[in-house]
Design a protein around this ligand. Structure first.
Ligand code: ADP
Length: 631
């Protein structure tokens, strides 16, 4: 049957992206929205829209009953789940099917099988696909898990059976840590997935994450659309992805692609899927899991193959054959995607909420920005803090890196903390250029992204100020300079908690900073300012400055005499009592925020003076949780 109307059971950039393809295919679209998404872009873009309920996902984007009701009322033929939310829930696919609609996704059996990391590994082992050594049995008693962990040999990785998004994953380095880590993993898993079962895996010390995009139709045909390297991750979550994978040899590549086809074959699959592998330092690869949906990083595959993956999903869902045979799927050039998150890389990647005071993305040929937010929008606590995907294509990898760097360095975001500087640092690094970023490199701090301050930054800042007609003080100085009277200008700002005072004058047509550094502004240098924050691009690097009375939108989790909640959330564990002595870095309490567990610690040796919260309390950002006194 021909699909003519689709409900998109999602929000944000992925809904917008699906609508784009539907428009091209002349398919009508229905968007759904929650309270905080009333004016969201995906709602404006769709032909029709329906309100679901409160912003909490359980009342809206995860509410199967409500979604099916809307689909029936709006008389759609099919539902596209996007990624995240209900995209991999067999129960949802079943409900869609039961109401006589088409689910644009994997078959229910495959969703259920691959939704369980243990069942998935068992199936793959049976069909000869190599898996990471480990334990994925039903017996979940502490003693059995402990014994199995010892058998595997430490370090061991604990993963949630129903896991995703890196949640519930814990590396255990030594036997004595096992019990505590297991408890924490089980608790996180229960919270996030309603299932506290775990699997254990040998922790690969030098892992690369390489995945293969596959597609299967209902006529028994399976193809791959080559691989992606998604090794650039923080907290087990991807932030930069590229295709094809650079730095692996062709023999490994062919073996990986073949293994991906075997894995797909083993489960009687249909639609878009991704087979994820881990590669160790000897390029041995292991099946990790299969994602039975469209991936966030599907754009890089689209760019190198020229295939619209959403279009293929729709065609296959309506029973068509795969549009291309394997022979006709060719790779051209290189593509890289960088995910822009509202988060603070300097503070444990804590999500940052607030109003987007200003946001701009540079445009260019073969550059795609997938986003659903704009200036004036709020980044809230209910949904994933990804603001945009910046995707770039070029003839080869070097050109692609260069282009991405240029795009990032001419874009900016103000109002919330973002990982823009972090992304630039990665892209600029030699490690990235030489394919040396492993999936744990960033968490291990192998890449130093604390750029030391340099004098040239202040010259760029001053140069910008002088070009602003409104800044009268500096303007008159420029007049003086024009007349050949060089009066030094003093600038004050903070850079990474350091107070900087720079004295700048003009000499020999260049800026002279602090009497020691000469600098001429370069073509690609930039300065962006919003309120009290300044972002400067100096020779390809991004520096974030703050002006004197700048207030941060997220506060640190612990100041000297108090433990303050860094964001709204729920207290799930209090590990100390009033009067107790605590060591620096000791966890005082654990809170849950944005579906993550945050351990709040004391920054130095102190005594607990007063605990102002209880387990189960919902707390606001910046609430005083625990008062400390000095030793
Ligand atoms: P999730 O389903 O939560 O995303 P995955 O199983 O896909 O979890 O793993 C996420 C990331 O964690 C991988 O991309 C990889 O970087 C890391 N990882 C997973 N398993 C291992 C392992 N056994 N050894 C080392 N790193 C691993």
């Amino acid at each position: 049957m021909q699909i003519t109307k689709i409900l998109i059971a999602n929000r944000g950039e992925i809904s917008c992206r699906i609508i784009e393809t539907c428009r091209r295919m002349k398919i009508r679209t229905v968007a759904i929205y929650s309270d905080s998404d009333r004016h969201a872009r995906h709602v404006l873009m769709a032909d029709e829209s329906a309100y679901l309920g409160a912003s909490d996902p359980s009342e809206s984007y995860l509410n199967i009953e409500k979604i099916i009701d809307v689909a029936k009322t709006h008389q759609v033929d099919a539902i596209h789940p996007g990624y995240g939310f209900l995209s991999e829930r067999g129960k949802f696919a079943q409900a869609v099917k039961d109401s006589g609609l088409i689910f644009i996704g994997a078959p229910i059996e495959a969703l259920e099988l691959m939704g369980s990391k243990s069942a998935a590994k068992l199936t793959m082992e049976k069909s000869g696909v190599p898996c990471v050594p480990g334990y994925h049995g039903d017996d979940q008693t502490d003693l059995v898990l402990y014994t199995e962990a010892k058998k595997i040999g430490f370090p061991v990785l604990i993963k949630a059976v129903s896991g995703g998004g890196g949640k519930g994953m814990k590396i255990v380095e030594k036997t004595t840590d096992f019990k505590e880590m297991l408890l924490s993993a089980q608790r996180e898993a229960q919270k996030a997935f309603g299932d506290d079962r775990v699997i254990l895996e040998k922790y690969i010390r030098k892992p690369k994450h390489i995945e293969v995009q596959v597609f299967a139709d209902s006529h028994g045909q399976i193809v791959h659309l080559y691989e992606r390297d998604c090794s650039t991750q923080r907290r087990y979550q991807k932030i930069i992805e590229e295709a094809p994978a650079a730095g692996i040899n062709d023999v490994t590549r062919t073996a990986l692609l073949n293994a991906a086809i075997s894995a797909t074959n083993a489960i009687d699959y249909q639609g878009a899927g991704t087979i994820e592998f881990l590669l160790d330092e000897d390029e041995r690869f292991y099946f990790m899991e299969m994602n039975t949906r469209l991936q966030v990083e599907h754009r890089v595959t689209e760019m190198i193959t020229g295939v619209d993956l959403v279009e293929w999903q729709i065609l296959i869902a309506q029973g068509d054959r795969l549009p291309l045979s394997q022979m006709n799927i060719q790779v051209k050039g290189h593509a890289i995607q960088a995910r822009l998150y509202a988060e603070d890389p300097m503070n444990g990647f804590l999500p940052s909420t607030g109003l987007l005071q200003d946001l701009y993305f540079a445009k260019d040929e073969n550059v795609l920005i997938d986003t659903a937010v704009e200036q004036g929008d709020a980044i809230g606590i209910h949904y994933d803090p990804m603001m945009a995907k910046v995707v770039v294509w070029a003839e080869d990898r070097d050109a692609c890196i260069k282009k991405l760097r240029r795009i990032l360095n001419t874009s900016y975001v103000f109002g919330v903390k973002s990982n823009l500087t972090f992304l630039t640092t990665i892209i600029n690094s030699e490690r990235f250029a030489k394919y040396q970023i492993l999936s744990n490199s960033l968490d291990k701090g192998e890449l130093d992204y604390h750029l030391p301050y340099r004098d040239e930054v202040s010259a760029i800042y001053l140069d910008y100020l002088m070009d602003q007609p409104s800044s009268s003080d500096v303007w008159s100085i420029k007049d003086n300079w024009r007349m050949g009277q060089s009066v030094p200008v003093k600038l004050k700002f903070d850079y990474q908690q350091q107070s900087i005072v720079a004295s700048i004058e003009i000499k020999n047509k260049a800026y002279l900073i602090n009497g020691t550094t000469f600098y001429q502004i370069q073509k690609e240098d930039r300065c962006f300012i919003s309120n009290k924050s300044v972002q400067i691009i100096c020779q390809g690097e991004r520096y974030e400055l703050s002006l004197a009375d700048y207030e941060t939108t997220t506060s640190s989790s612990a100041d000297n005499n108090a433990i303050i909640s860094p964001m709204p959330g729920k207290i799930i564990e209090i590990k100390c009592k009033a009067g107790e002595k605590i060591e620096p870095d000791q966890t005082v309490l654990v809170m849950e925020a944005m579906k993550m567990e945050l351990s709040l610690k004391a920054s130095r040796e102190s005594i607990i003076k007063k605990i102002s919260c209880q387990v189960g309390d919902q707390v606001e950002a910046d609430s005083l949780l625990v008062e400390l006194s000095e030793m």
